[in-house]
Write a protein of this length. Structure first.
Lengths: 111, 115
């Protein structure tokens, strides 16, 4: 079983749509959670951290459910520029300090 | 831009050869991590260097090795290249301080093709 699992997509949505991505993680000791965005042939960039209380940054809302080991990202009012791969990422500060990435979910926003 | 640079940007090697990839960390960062990203996959952690010593390693064989220099820049060396080593190699720098997690900033990557 992969440590971080995501639906690979692709998600093809029209401009203005709301789209949700989900992710599950297997290590219950994980302590930090993130969504990264990766454009084609570019490096990953931090989109937002994810907190248990849920957090919002403009059109983006992230949620964490520790009991279910589940992370979500909601994008409202999708823009063409949101087209990218969204990577669910977990960091376990105990033991090896590394980021564990899911395989990513590809989003294509269409005009 | 993150301030993390990598060289070269692209590289083509043949099976069995050796390769060295380089990374310059962002100013003020003391830790460099290396990741391998195969096509269609998320990055996978190779290892991390802190104060010139390996500070954690993922599930990669010993032919993947690294170095960190006093200026915190780093090298990734891969011996006896295999076809499956073809991937984008990313380095990320951060400040390691106690248990606080600080954001890792990624370089643009080196795309390695093994023929």
């Amino acid at each position: 079983r992969k440590e971080v699992e995501q639906d690979p997509g692709p998600f093809n949505v029209p401009e203005g749509a709301t789209v949700a991505f989900n992710c599950t993680y297997s290590n219950s000791a994980s302590q930090s959670f993130f969504w990264y965005r990766q454009d084609c042939r570019k490096e990953p960039k931090l989109l937002m951290s994810v907190y248990s209380s849920g957090n919002e940054d403009g059109r983006f809302t992230a949620q964490l459910n520790r009991a279910s080991q589940y992370i979500s990202l909601l994008i409202r009012d999708s823009k063409l520029s949101d087209s990218a791969t969204y990577l669910c990422v977990v960091n376990s500060p105990t033991g090896r300090r590394a980021l564990t990435f899911g395989s990513g979910t590809r989003l294509q926003v269409q005009p | 831009e993150t301030g993390v640079t990598q060289s070269p940007t692209h590289l083509i090697k043949t099976r069995g050869q050796q390769v060295t990839l380089r990374c310059s960390s962002q100013s003020g960062h003391n830790t460099v991590s290396w990741y391998q990203q195969a096509l269609g996959q998320g990055p996978q952690f190779i290892f991390q260097y802190y104060r010139e010593e390996e500070n954690g390693r993922g599930n990669f064989p010993p032919r993947f090795s690294g170095l960190q220099f006093p200026n915190y820049s780093s090298e990734l060396n891969v011996n006896a290249l295999e076809l499956d080593d073809s991937a984008l190699y990313l380095c990320a720098s951060t400040i390691l301080a106690g248990q606080t997690y600080n954001e890792q900033f990624f370089g643009p990557g080196t795309r390695l093709t093994v023929l």
